[in-house]
Design a protein around this ligand. Structure first.
Ligand SMILES: [Zn+2]
Ligand SMILES: [Zn+2]
Length: 344
């Protein structure tokens, strides 16, 4: 199969031929149709995340079709299905989504509590498990999701990380009406649609002078847009920081009211500068969101078609993955970047 691989962090991906993977018991083999590109892919490629399997095929927002089913995935194979509640029954030909969380131990306290996103032995797609920048991949079926019917492949791909982890962040932000989004990329453009559907107001903060980003946010219904270091017209009930910049934490704390929550949604963030206790005082909360649980995936993928979430995508062929990553790095992607690997 053709694949784009990372030999070592800091180098561009390389187009190569790899042997076709074969599904082990409990795995499905997936013919990749589309794979969304996420900021986390950049963190893997740039070496900000320090424990990759190398070489690695990046990509963890995979939409494809089940090409083969490893022994143990079919119904009645209780042992494999026993980890967690989520036990989809995949058939050859079915459309499937493969997310960032590729596996967890199934035995630790976190896994038993349905918080497998915090498992110490969790493994991640496109980081420790070869991902979707390739024509084929294998995945543990227990961590995959059926794609809602009628949802186009390209639209669905960004739901699998930007959407899922963004949705977990939205839940962690609480029920408040006024929400601030710091950084208006793939996740924010999905979550603003959900937040508005829930009857909330979104205040979008971008880099100073990012007129295009602000116009994009307004086109999706943001009630206010401004630079990240400016104050919103009203104190916010909560803020979600999508951009990987630690200095946004004190900025967001300044923007939320007493009792408000600031959620750090990224998997990597630069250091947070020190700030006066006053900013946290008044029962303000700062928290992170780590990865996703299968319950998040199940819930969000049922919700997305009801909203309905319409993702805006910029597409690239597989071999242009480096260009797509570079554009994402430079902030030149409106909505989400998606690699188109195979079109039926
Ligand atoms: Zn575990
Ligand atoms: Zn991601």
């Amino acid at each position: 199969m053709r694949a784009m691989i990372l030999d070592r962090p800091g180098s561009p991906l390389r187009l190569t031929q790899l042997p076709d993977p074969r599904p082990a018991p409990g795995q499905i083999l997936v013919r990749v149709k589309a794979c969304g590109i996420c900021r986390t892919d950049l963190h893997v490629v740039d070496g900000d995340l320090t424990e990759p399997k190398l070489p690695i095929v990046p990509g963890h927002q995979i939409v494809g079709v089940v090409a083969a089913v490893g022994e143990g995935v079919l119904p009645g194979q209780g042992e494999v299905a026993a980890v967690g509640e989520w036990t989809p029954d995949f058939r050859v030909g079915q459309r499937v989504g493969i997310p960032w969380l590729g596996g967890s131990c199934g035995r630790c306290a976190y896994c038993r509590e349905g918080r497998e996103n915090l498992c110490d032995e969790a493994r991640y797609t496109g980081y420790q498990i070869d991902g979707g920048f390739a024509e084929l991949c294998v995945a543990d079926a227990r961590f995959c999701f059926p794609i809602p019917e009628g949802y186009p492949d390209l639209q669905a791909a960004p739901l699998l990380c930007a959407g899922l982890i963004g949705y977990r962040s939205l839940r962690m932000a609480g029920e408040g009406r006024r929400l601030g989004f710091y950084g208006f990329g793939a996740a924010a453009h999905i979550l603003i649609q959900v937040a508005r559907w829930q009857g909330r107001e979104v205040y979008a903060f971008t880099k100073a002078g990012d007129k295009a980003g602000q116009a994009f946010a307004r086109s999706l219904g943001a009630v206010w847009t401004g630079a990240a270091d400016t104050a919103p017209p009203e104190p916010l009930d909560a803020a979600i920081i999508f951009a990987p910049a630690g200095e946004l934490v004190p900025a967001a704390l300044r923007a939320v009211r007493k009792g408000g929550t600031v959620v750090c949604a990224g998997i990597h963030m630069s250091d947070i500068p020190s700030f006066p206790y006053d900013l946290l005082w008044g029962e303000r909360v700062v928290r992170s969101v780590a990865n996703l649980t299968r319950a998040d995936g199940e819930e969000f993928l049922q919700l997305a078609p009801r909203v309905p979430v319409k993702t805006e995508v910029q597409t690239f062929p597989l071999e242009a993955a480096n260009e797509a990553l570079n554009r994402l790095r430079r902030g030149q992607i409106q909505g989400a970047a998606v690699l188109v690997v195979w079109e039926e």
